[in-house]
Design a protein around this ligand. Sequence first.
Ligand code: AMP
Ligand code: MG
Length: 400
Amino acid sequence: MLAYNEAVARVLESVCPLPPAEKLLPEVHTGQILAETAFARLDLPRAATATMDGFAFAHASLSIGAPLQIVGFVPAGGNFNRHLGLSEAVRIMTGASLPAGCDTVVPLEQAEQQDDRLRLATSPALGDYVRQRGDDFSRGDQILAAGTILDSGAIGLLAAAGVLQLKVYPRPKVAILSTGDELAPLTDLPQPDKIINSNAYMLAARLREEGIEPVLLGIAGDRVASLEDQLQQGLDADLLLTIGGTSTGDLDLVQTAFNNLGFSEVFWKVAIKPGKSVLFGLIGSLPVFGLPGNPSASATTFELFVRPALQRLSGFCNPLAPQLKVKLAVGVTGGGKRQQFFWGKLKIVSGGLHFFPTKQQQRSQFYDLLGVHALLPVPIDNPVLPAGSEVEVILLRSLD
Ligand code: AMP
Ligand code: MG
């Protein structure tokens, strides 16, 4: 059976970033990826600027030895429209542009104003408390490289540099179809022979955590015609995923429905636990995943295969979740012929990060998924990892 590493490599080979689109900066979502180099459209600061509330003057005035005469006041955003002569000073506020002729600022605390006379308590150096024009960047400078994740810092920088419009990778449109005659929507309590389509809500919530608003296609029955019919509605998405019906039971018909829609299979079944019967391929260029129905299997295969595909579509340079070396807080027994994945929480214990596997990892247990941060892969044929071992986990969420 295909190994996890090989399977995820095949996903990444099969999926290309979406075509970038022009967006206005205020409409960019945090976490979107910049698709082109960004250049400053102006100098910052735009002129020499005071970095403290104080007094500005020409440093050369100090050699004269006479007190400076205060001839004006410059607030931030204001200007002083004449050249300052020697022995003249202005009272100036933080962020205000220095009048022509000034090059040095002394903070209020280091100066004494008597009427319009200024006495200094210190001997400032030339250029003290002044940011020069273009200190941060100059017009035309490259400020961010293509591939940058647009976090709040990046968005602030772009705004400061006057970048109003930019090319970003769009958020992928993801369609989810649940499959199974036993499934009922979350409207009322279902009959005893039905269960609620809970995985769809879980995966929709997970997508929202990633900034993606999913399209829920509802529930298809275990009949090829029903599956095909409802899958059609997801063919205009950027990624289509189904839940359930990918195993080898008589009513596992998802693969047949995919095939009828022109599916070209990349893999079916991976040597992992949970989630062995995961199915992946393309319909045209549309990446299509058939996730197994057990909640833990759906959640695990989502993280292992779907999320990297989404990151790739979204233009991330590193589509794989980072791996982190941590201490195992409680021993686990995994191994066997399939690579086993344990959900768990990361906690800081005595200054170090420890991984606490959640409960028994029994499939269909949403409890195992509560508040988790990471997945621990346990190698094939290496069944016992004692408490205290150093392990590498796949980091899915930041710590609370
Ligand atoms: P399947 O992969 O279709 O064989 O389903 C495996 C198990 O997961 C069965 O017990 C299903 O009832 C359950 N299951 C399948 N789809 C869902 C879903 N959308 N929500 C919750 N449980 C599901
Ligand atoms: Mg089923």
